[in-house]
Design a protein around this ligand. Structure first.
Ligand SMILES: Cc1cc2nc3c(=O)[nH]c(=O)nc-3n(C[C@H](O)[C@H](O)[C@H](O)COP(=O)(O)OP(=O)(O)OC[C@H]3O[C@@H](n4cnc5c(N)ncnc54)[C@H](O)[C@@H]3O)c2cc1C
Length: 466
């Protein structure tokens, strides 16, 4: 990644957020999609003097209760924290979070093993409430007089010739002509589809053959968590997987990942008996902890997961894409929101680096960023295998311990891959390359050790036989 662009993303703090002296920018920018990335970008641009219209297809989420069945909490890590620092909201968000210092791995026999996320208290994740964070960003964006929020506006079409966005609303179609626009409308982005129409574009999408369902693990009668609160919990099985994030009220949001089809799948597990049997077979320790299992199962939908890569992200001086709209990733590295927030930082930085040339700014943003989120897509797929299978393997656990031990000895020179992804803002591609180099060193050291041991045995045998 262009070091300059990353510097600002990483070096920002609350001092960058206030906008009292930000010079007004000419024209209005339209942001399509008021999810996490769209709301954060609206706020960041408003703080820098931009007049922003945010268009969101749903009604104002602040006027309804929590959305049942969607992932209601997310793991916030370093990249997301840097972005929240950029808009001056990091501490406010952390005050509402539950800190997770590591993973608790639950074996099929009910035993547990704790794996710290890093070498010290600075290397932790924060479990945050998705809805609360979204509401907070919208509240702060709305405080800026030059921001207008338009809920119930679904982008239907873009006329690139006349630079017109067409929305469907309950009151009929609405057309607008912003000076420029950003598509932040998620994995199934209409903005991406419309902007790429008639352009030499690449688009790659993969569906995971596994879906997910969310369940809540309630606290006990005293409001205490029934499992360790300050950790992410994983029940890894090669055929299915539970992951849980803690909530402030002592509950945990459990996400069950299960194949869509085949034996023990969402297709074949339907009746109360089948559901109870599935949990009993793979997660016996959870049976007693989930008294409301059947009722929750029937109420909560099955979600599907996709990963996408696409190009281009920038369209002249007029449009760009951010977040899931240009790189949806499987959630197994916990980086979707974090990387979407990092996009916003890099875009803001690119605009500041090219104040008089928006085309150059949007191009620089894509050049700095896309190669790295492509790597993140691959890493997130690999982590699916790690979470299901490897975390149980003694070799994997030993390797993790060795990584952390080497990191303690050489904190700057030796960084485990997970540390680089979750606890630094090192570009994803650089992190992967560095991890491969470290792997090669370890493999060479292991080979040298094996040769040494073999040599010593041969020498001892020779001496003995002589
Ligand atoms: C099970 C699960 C667990 C996850 N856990 C984590 C985690 O721990 N950490 C992490 O960092 N990430 C996690 N993620 C990923 C994270 O949720 C996403 O990467 C993040 O929400 C992307 O933000 P976004 O703003 O780009 O897209 P979204 O949050 O999807 O927002 C897009 C918005 O655009 C709106 N929209 C869509 N179409 C239109 C249209 N035509 N017109 C107008 N508006 C439109 C939508 O209503 C929505 O509000 C997880 C995802 C899943 C599924």
């Amino acid at each position: 990644m262009n070091a300059n662009l990353l510097d600002l993303a990483g070096g920002a703090d609350a001092a960058n957020a206030p906008d009292a002296h930000a010079p007004p920018q000419s024209g209005r920018v339209a942001i399509v999609g008021g999810g996490l990335a769209g709301s954060l970008l609206t706020l960041a641009l408003a703080q820098r003097g931009y007049a922003v219209d945010l268009y969101e297809r749903q009604n104002d989420p602040r006027n309804r209760g929590g959305r049942e069945g969607r992932s209601i909490n997310l793991g916030l890590s370093k990249r997301g924290m840097r972005a929240l620092e950029l808009v001056g909201l990091l501490q406010t968000v952390l005050d509402t979070a539950v800190t997770m210092s590591g993973r608790v791995i639950h074996a099929p026999d009910g035993s547990t093993r704790y794996q710290p996320y890093g070498k010290d208290a600075g290397e932790v994740l924060h479990s945050i409430d998705r809805n609360e964070l979204g509401h907070l960003l919208l509240d702060h964006a709305e405080k800026h007089p030059q921001v207008r929020l338009h809920f119930g506006h679904r982008l239907a079409r873009i006329d690139k010739e006349s630079r017109t966005l067409e929305f469907e609303t309950d009151d009929g179609p609405v057309s607008v002509r912003p000076q420029w626009m950003v598509g932040a409308d998620g994995a199934f982005s209409s903005a991406r589809r419309e902007l790429q129409r008639g352009v030499r574009a690449n688009y790659h999408q993969e569906y995971l053959e596994w879906g997910y369902k969310e369940l809540t693990l309630a606290p006990d009668a005293d409001g205490k968590s029934v499992i360790e609160l300050t950790a992410l919990h994983v029940w890894p099985r090669s055929h299915c997987l539970f992951v849980s994030h803690p909530n402030r009220d002592g509950s945990h949001t459990l996400t069950l990942f299960l194949p869509f089809e085949g034996e023990d799948s969402f297709e074949t597990v339907r009746t109360p008996e089948q559901i109870t049997a599935l949990i009993g077979k793979y997660f016996p320790d959870l049976v007693a902890l989930l008294p409301g299992l059947l009722e929750q199962w029937s109420r909560h939908p099955i979600g599907s997961l996709i990963t996408t890569r696409t190009a281009p992200w920038a369209f002249g001086d007029w449009a760009a894409l951010v977040g899931d709209a240009c790189h949806a990733v499987y959630p197994f590295y916990g980086q979707g929101m974090n990387s979407a927030f990092e996009d916003c930082c890099v875009l803001v930085n690119a605009l500041e680096s090219h104040p008089d040339d928006r085309a150059a700014a949007l191009r620089a943003y894509e050049q700095a960023r896309r190669q790295h989120t492509d790597v993140l897509c691959e890493l997130s797929k690999e982590n699916f295998v790690e979470l299901r299978k490897k975390v149980q393997s003694p070799w994997f656990v030993a390797r993790k311990r060795l990584d952390i031990a080497l990191n303690r000895v050489w904190p700057k020179r030796w960084l485990p891959l997970y540390t680089m992804i979750a606890h630094t803002t090192m570009p994803y591609g650089e992190a992967k390359a560095r991890a491969r180099r470290q792997d090669a060193i370890l493999n060479r050291a292991a080979a040298a050790l094996a040769v040494g041991v073999a040599g010593a045995i041969a020498w001892a045998a020779w001496r003995w036989l002589r």
